[in-house]
Design a protein around this ligand. Structure first.
Ligand code: SF4
Length: 237
């Protein structure tokens, strides 16, 4: 695999007209089904959001950091007791003794979720159509769904690609295959290129900023600005 720096160079050289051609050939119109904003089976919605995007969403909503973003869960110990059978067998077991606070190091942030595991900003109308309550300020990953580019080090949301044209991959989405105007395809292509460049620049900065944190210090999130607590404050470890 190419180095992140080489992939970043390739991302910067992507031709948005070629990307728009690919998007047009695949076709897309959002039906507002909400599938990309909601929990999938038992898995909560997990979409990467960059630190500056968290702050943009905070500015748009006046929410706290924690209301906008949560530590990316991968690699974290959630603190729940591993031996649940024993806990169930023992009626005397005090639940508070079998659970501890989450710990571990993780990379990047995910959009915050609600009690159902759906994106915290997802709203559903009575007729079942979905809407994003921060549509004008939504992160690049949402703006460009269901597309990604075929470059190492970029995110491939919602699993494997279901369609591909040139450098563009399309992921599971019921709006694929619908006609898209050239203007909309070009707008999407520009956002897709911007996202690829951002993701790779972010990955390089995370790698360069990384310094191991104390595993007993609770959850520490490494992003392109350094290490942070789950509330977005700097980890001084
Ligand atoms: S899965 Fe596709 S059609 Fe459904 S809301 Fe997301 S982008 Fe729109």
């Amino acid at each position: 695999m190419q180095s992140l720096e080489a992939e970043l160079e390739r991302a910067r050289e992507l031709d948005t007209a070629d990307l728009a051609d690919a998007i047009e050939s695949i076709g897309f119109e959002c039906t507002r089904c909400g599938a990309c904003c909601k929990a999938e089976a038992d898995d909560p919605h997990t979409a990467t959001v960059f630190p500056d995007e968290v702050r943009d969403l905070q500015a748009a909503t006046e929410y706290d950091w924690r209301d906008v973003a949560r530590p990316m869960p991968y690699g974290l110990d959630d603190g729940e007791s591993a031996d649940t059978d024993d806990a169930e067998d023992d009626a005397e077991t005090d639940e508070s003794e079998s659970e501890t606070e989450p710990t571990g190091e993780t990379f990047e942030w995910a959009l915050q979720t609600d009690a159902c595991g759906d994106c915290a900003f997802y709203e559903e109308a009575d007729d079942g159509t979905g809407a994003c309550s921060v549509h004008g300020d939504r992160p690049l990953i949402c703006e460009t769904y269901p597309f990604s580019v075929a470059l190492g080090g970029t995110s491939q949301p919602m699993g494997e690609a279901v369609d591909e044209a040139g450098m563009v991959r399309a992921h599971e989405c019921e709006g694929l295959g619908r006609d898209i105007s050239r203007e909309d395809a070009e707008e999407l292509a520009a956002a897709l290129k911007e996202r690829a460049v951002r993701e790779l620049a972010e990955a390089i900065a995370v790698r360069d900023e990384y310094a191991p944190a104390d595993p007993d210090e609770g959850v520490v999130v490494h992003d392109s600005e350094g290490a942070k607590r789950p509330d977005g404050s700097a980890y001084e470890g």
